[in-house]
Design a binder for this molecule. Sequence first.
Ligand SMILES: [Fe+2]
Length: 395
Amino acid sequence: MTPLIMAPKPTFIATPMKKTSIEKHNFGAVIDGLDLEDISDSDVKALADAIWTYKLVVVKGQKHVRPIKQWELVTRFDPKAPLVHSHGDLKTFNKQGGLLSKGRDVYSVPGAENVRIIGKGYQGPDHFGLKETTIRKEVLHAWHNDKVSDEIYAQGHTRFQRWHLDAPLYARDPALFTTLRCFKRPTQPNVTIHWDDASGHSMTTEPGLTAFFSNVQTYDLMTDDEKMIADHSWVEYAPHPYQWMSDCKSQSTGLGLVSQGREKKLEELSPYEEKDIKRYPMVWVNPVTGERAFMVHGICVRRAFMRSSVDEDPRVIDDVVEIREWLANIQQRVLKPEYIMNPKVEEGDIIMWANWQVFHSAVDYPDHWGARTMHQANIGSSRQPVGPTPIPVLV
Ligand SMILES: [Fe+2]
């Protein structure tokens, strides 16, 4: 008889995030009692399960942890993954990152190249070996098609920058999880985030936080017919997608592009290989809970393959305007204050989220409110996301 092997109980405690009666988001937990400087394999596994289950966790009390430990943790989450940040090495990222590297300096932590420093302003005399550095960047929502005036923005009226998952969508597969460690951010006054569209929505939050919504909730808000299509369909991302759309402008909500025909022609892009073009299902299944998330990164999609059953030949849509309209109709349903969470973080907290289940967006605040320092690390996944039904490997 095979002896029953029981996994050790996690040594930490996960407490679901509190919310008010008007909030409808259904994800997030706070984790206490963990030491990421010295974490056992069984706790790494339990932490990964917690991230899949809660979609986002805030691990408290990690002020003492060395930066390299954050990178080590993400490699342990996905031990078969090639040892490189999901957006590649810094040199290639700065050269070929397109929209993602435009208008900002991207730094790594010395000695931990895959831990990226995210933030702005003066980083101090010596931040883990980065000396006397001031991070300069343009306002995050500068890529929106219509602008927020400087005067209004200086008073703390802002926008979601860009709703996305962390994904190169070319050559490498999206990280399972992203980790973001907080060192410094202003905590007051509050910013007011405006949709600046016909909805009239706005929400107020502390500055320097990251906004999230769950694409499991996006899926739950779809009709049965839409779910049937999404479950069986897939999208193809452009080669070097962030170069391809680097001249495009965003909607004022940060969700989706304004279609102005500004996509680059394929021959204008860096050389690319057909085999590295990514085709992913529209719906990604959570490997721990089995939940379905509608995971289409609309700003990078070049073609969609639509069908309602496995036997059907897909209808190929290569009109990006049509694809974007279909996506916007679905994705805008979750883009409401009650579904959005801006988890509060303080020095020593590390947010970790299931990048295959949620979208997130930065939210900028006026520079004179103070500097921001975060460390971000993730690793290109060892595997592709899996949909509810198989999609053909090549079309
Ligand atoms: Fe991101």
